[in-house]
Ligand binder design. Structure first.
Ligand code: ATP
Ligand code: MG
Ligand code: MG
Ligand code: MG
Length: 478
């Protein structure tokens, strides 16, 4: 089943069950504290907190998401994309636990020729919060799941909150057993590769006080209005229903892998490292396409820096695949064609998108040309001097950054590829010194207004966006 069809079935299923179909919001969230929209519920937060009255009691969406937190996982696990789509159904004070579990069970197990996804009920496992006996009983009663396929988990995995005082509650996750070839038995608690998480149901039923740590908060009361928030990974369902190995091999992503094979002359499936590179390329090209389409522009901070990093990692991965020529004019149109079925705007906006990303590739190629020789010389130097623990000094990394525009992550990555470490702490200290110098200069130049300027610079530093905590475990800074 094509991804576009899985998406459509989702919307049809929930709209015929009284849910208003709400279009995806932009990847640039309206909430200024968020770098990107990281989950389907983000646009609905004001309705969950009671800040705004929802215009409907039930809603459904397929939300574009970007999680920078998962960037290092891309291509290495089977299931993490920087960009992905989250199918969601939401209830604002309408149905609660039983309704959410019933809908989920019905959609995943109804045969495909009757509008469902047609999973075999025997491969489904679920988790519930350790003291959520109600959810446990419902999974038995509604789905007929045997006790051993309902696993209990603690706060770390099965409790949702926004990271602040406010609505919170236990959640229940749905997993598909891919079989013994994918790992060891024992359910999701034992192995999250074999048991693939596809869907998370959040039961928002409590108000909590201040969150001191991910797992350190107190329930203060039951909510008057209990809400449901669910998120299903569209790509994860697609990989299962398309019978492929991972989310980079689905119809909306794989064509870019095919193009990378063609450009590099290397075969996907022949070498593990090359496979990871091709998957990174396919993932990052798609994420960049969607981000630029939503108005993100490459820059050195915040969202623009994430985009820049994705584009640069793509160039680097293609180089490691042996391709030195420009590749974006070949890769981006392929991704556009794979995505335009669900997002026609990537085609109508492609002139602008392509101008922007092609220019970024050119700029990065110049940076690489200038800095690579310097870096390689430095690396060779420290390897000769201290072969037992070769480490670039903070100063060397700083010169690469300051004089050659080489971002630190690139220096780290390229040095690591040659078995060389970088004194990152010293580098950060030099960066800090430079910033302080710049501030002092500004102050010295303009007494009077300079005070506010330095203050604003400080504010900017402090306000560097952090990621929303609601769906993740740690705070991600980019
Ligand atoms: P995982 O444990 O696999 O990292 P998660 O628990 O972080 O997933 P949730 O925050 O519960 O994920 O998000 C809801 C659903 O969105 C998940 O059940 C999954 O299907 C999907 N999802 C989450 N992160 C990604 C990602 N990086 N790429 C693709 N799908 C994702
Ligand atoms: Mg999880
Ligand atoms: Mg989850
Ligand atoms: Mg995760």
């Amino acid at each position: 089943m094509r991804t576009a069809e899985i998406r459509q079935r989702w919307l049809d299923f929930f709209s015929t069950r009284g849910h208003a179909v709400v279009p995806s919001a932009s990847l640039i969230s309206e909430d200024p504290s968020l770098l990107f929209t990281v989950a389907g519920m983000v646009p609905f937060i004001p309705y969950m907190t009671g800040e705004r009255t929802p215009p409907w009691q039930r809603a459904t969406s397929v939300q574009k998401c970007v999680r920078t937190l998962d960037i290092e996982e891309v291509g290495k696990t089977t299931r993490h994309g920087t960009f992905f789509q989250m199918n969601g159904n939401f209830s604002f004070g309408d149905y609660f636990k039983e309704g959410a579990i019933r809908f989920a069970w019905e959609l995943i197990t109804t045969p495909q020729d009757q509008g469902g996804y047609g999973f075999d009920p025997d491969v489904i496992w679920v988790t519930v919060y350790h003291d959520d006996d109600e959810a446990f009983a419902l999974w038995k009663q509604v789905a007929g799941l045997p006790d051993e396929r309902i696993q209990r988990r603690g706060k770390k995995d099965n409790y949702w909150h926004t990271g602040q005082a406010g609505p919170a509650g236990p959640c229940s996750e749905i997993y598909v057993d891919r079989g013994p070839a994918y790992g060891k038995e024992g359910g999701p608690v034992a192995d999250e590769d074999r048991y693939l998480e596809i869907w998370n149901l959040v039961f928002m039923q409590y108000a909590i006080d201040e969150v001191r740590g991910k797992e350190d908060f107190r329930v203060v009361r039951e909510l008057d209005q209990k809400n449901i928030d669910t998120g299903m990974g569209l790509e994860r369902v697609a990989l299962l229903l398309q019978g492929v190995e991972n989310m980079y091999e689905i119809d909306e992503v794989y064509p870019v892998i095919a193009k990378a094979q063609e450009l590099s002359g290397r075969r996907y499936g022949a070498d593990h490292d090359d496979d990871v590179r091709m998957r990174v390329v396919a993932d990052h090209v798609r994420s960049a396409l969607m981000l630029v389409n939503d108005g993100v522009v490459p820059s050195n901070e915040g969202r623009g820096y994430v985009l820049r990093r994705l584009l640069r990692r793509t160039v680097r991965s293609m180089r490691l695949l042996g391709v030195e020529d420009r590749t974006f004019p070949a890769l981006f149109p392929v991704s556009r064609d794979a995505m335009k079925g669900s997002y026609p705007e990537v085609e109508s906006d492609f002139g602008r998108i392509s101008r922007l990303v092609y220019a970024e590739e050119e700029a990065f190629r110049r940076t690489l040309a200038a800095g690579t020789t310097i870096l390689d010389t430095a690396v060779a130097g420290v390897r000769a001097a201290t072969p037992e623990a070769p480490t670039l000094t903070g100063e060397q990394a700083f010169t690469l950054h300051d004089t050659y525009g080489f971002p630190i992550d690139l220096t780290l990555e390229m040095a690591a590829e040659q078995g060389v470490a970088v004194d990152e702490k010293a580098f950060r200290a030099l960066m800090q010194e430079q910033r302080q110098r710049a501030r002092a200069d500004a102050l010295a130049k303009k007494t009077g207004s300079a005070g506010t300027e330095a203050y604003q610079a400080l504010q900017r530093d402090l306000a560097a966006p952090v990621e929303f905590l609601g769906y993740t475990e740690t705070t991600a800074r980019v």
